[in-house]
Design a protein around this ligand. Sequence first.
Ligand SMILES: [Zn+2]
Length: 160
Amino acid sequence: MNNKPKFLADAMLGNIARKLRLLGFDCKYFATINHDQLLLIAKIENRILVTKDRNITNICKKQNISVIDLSNTDETSQIVEIYKKTNLNKCKIDMNDVRCTICNGIVQSIEKEKITSRIPDKVAQNMQQFWICNSCNQIYWEGTHIRNLQKFIDEVNERL
Ligand SMILES: [Zn+2]
């Protein structure tokens, strides 16, 4: 899907940035960034700014920058809010379409043999499919994280 929305999460929303990346969205996030820089990136890169900050929301509206002003505080409700406000009606995870949770890089599948030395023995024995981030080389596999995420996704879908 090339018409997926691109996001920019503000500095308070690191968890949401990581979730959106796992769900396959290009979502930029900087732990330390000032408001001017944040607004500039949203504007130049045509990203939807996700924030809980009223001031940022107001500036976005004045400057015609797409913004989602989250009103909920729990992660599930926040993701539901983002999906509803961008007219996305199905939440899913596709490991061939995830972004790196650490750096937002593109993640691609990789043969186990190439990364065996970098993963725990137990994982190497039990898992067959692996993915690696093109940018930071982080390795991913379908372990506990993905199972927990599936539960999260089910909860989101029930509310969409
Ligand atoms: Zn990465």
